[in-house]
Design a protein around this ligand. Structure first.
Ligand code: FO1
Length: 336
């Protein structure tokens, strides 16, 4: 089936599936709406970690082990910065630094984040559209036993150690959904919305907190399908499993699926996991969801798209059955 695909992504895990989708679709058939709640100002620079993880994945420049930044990176800037006694808890590779400087300079000239992102993608040879969820600032903060922490303080400086109690997405209520994201969700040829296997709390939910985006996904009529970030009771990478446990939730795919109930109609779990608990309105699919190789990314992307197409067919059949039932009961009523 052809048509345009929208993917929602945060950092590492989401970026891999976004890459698999880009490799599986024709150029121009994919738009990735990316979380910007992790963005922050550091050393006078505007850092957009999830936009960078998605761009590097799509440009095949990502470091496979670290999960962020570029492979083959050098660290002369960090060495010189450390020698100056400057803040060095947030590692900025030399080539990566060019992206942060260029982004910060364009933003300072008044470019919206989406225009900077399109410019960087063009320079990196990326054919998929990469769109921030909003051009307005949204900042994820994490409530822990030590009080509220800014996201990168929690994630990098504190290495996700403090137990989480709640999250807030400062600025989300006032943030305007990025117009290209809304327009893409309104496309008549929208094939599917894929919620990539990112952290539900701090990567996917900030996107859904931007007014209008969730409603646009529902209004699109396209199947919405999510992929589990939890395999075998663990997150492939990052604090998703730890956060589920700290919030008193099961560390299971169903616990994540419940967070998408009412939005996603499909949820892909890992074939190695037991059948998940039922969630109303959610149809489960099984696949090998661990993406180690490039082929894994393509294979999972194709399975997710097939599942989305199956959801669309199943829902069309339900509607047809519903209509038929209505016709039937209309036939039964006696004419007035
Ligand atoms: N994560 C770390 O754990 N340590 C770092 O020093 C670090 C630097 C960094 C630089 C640029 C960038 O785009 C991402 C970076 N990340 C680092 C990852 C980042 O904190 C996370 O990718 C997201 O915020 C969570 O998805």
């Amino acid at each position: 089936m052809s048509g345009h695909v929208v993917a929602l992504s945060g950092g590492v895990g989401g970026a891999k599936l976004a890459h698999g989708l880009a490799l599986s679709l024709a150029p121009g058939e994919l738009t990735v709406i990316v979380n910007t709640g992790d963005d922050f100002r550091h050393l006078g620079l505007h850092i957009s970690p999830d936009l960078d993880s998605v761009m590097y994945a799509l440009a095949d420049l990502a470091d496979p082990l670290r999960g962020w930044g570029r492979r083959g990176e050098t660290w002369n800037f960090m060495s010189a910065l450390t020698a100056l006694g400057a803040e060095n808890w947030f590692q900025l590779g030399d080539a990566d630094l060019a992206v942060h400087v260029e982004r910060s300079w364009r933003l300072a000239q008044g470019w919206p984040l989406s225009r900077v992102t399109a410019h960087l993608c063009a320079r990196l040879g990326i054919t998929a559209r990469v769109v921030p969820m909003s051009d307005d600032p949204v900042r994820t903060r994490v409530l822990t036993g030590e009080g509220w922490l800014d996201f990168q303080d929690y994630f990098v400086r504190r290495r996700c150690e403090p137990a989480v109690r709640d999250f807030e997405f400062a600025g989300a209520a006032a943030a305007r959904a990025q117009p290209e994201a809304l327009a893409t969700l309104a496309r008549p040829d929208l094939r599917a919305v894929v919620i990539c296997p990112s952290n539900p709390f701090v990567s996917v939910e900030p996107i859904l907190a931007v007014p209008g985006l969730r409603a646009a996904m529902l209004a699109s009529g396209a199947p919405v399908i999510a992929v589990t970030p939890i395999i075998g009771g663990r997150a492939v990478k990052g604090p998703a499993a730890k956060m589920l446990a700290e919030l008193g939730l099961d560390v299971t795919p169903a616990a994540v699926a419940r967070r998408y109930a009412g939005l996603a109609g499909g949820f892909v779990t890992d074939a190695s996991d037991p059948a998940p608990a039922a969630v109303p309105g959610m149809q489960y699919f099984r696949a090998d969801t661990l993406m180690v190789t490039r082929e894994d990314r393509v294979r999972l992307a194709q399975e997710v798209l097939r599942a989305a197409d199956a959801l669309r067919v199943a829902r069309a059949a339900d509607v047809a059955d519903g209509d038929a039932a209505e016709d039937g009961c209309a036939g039964e009523t006696s004419p007035m």
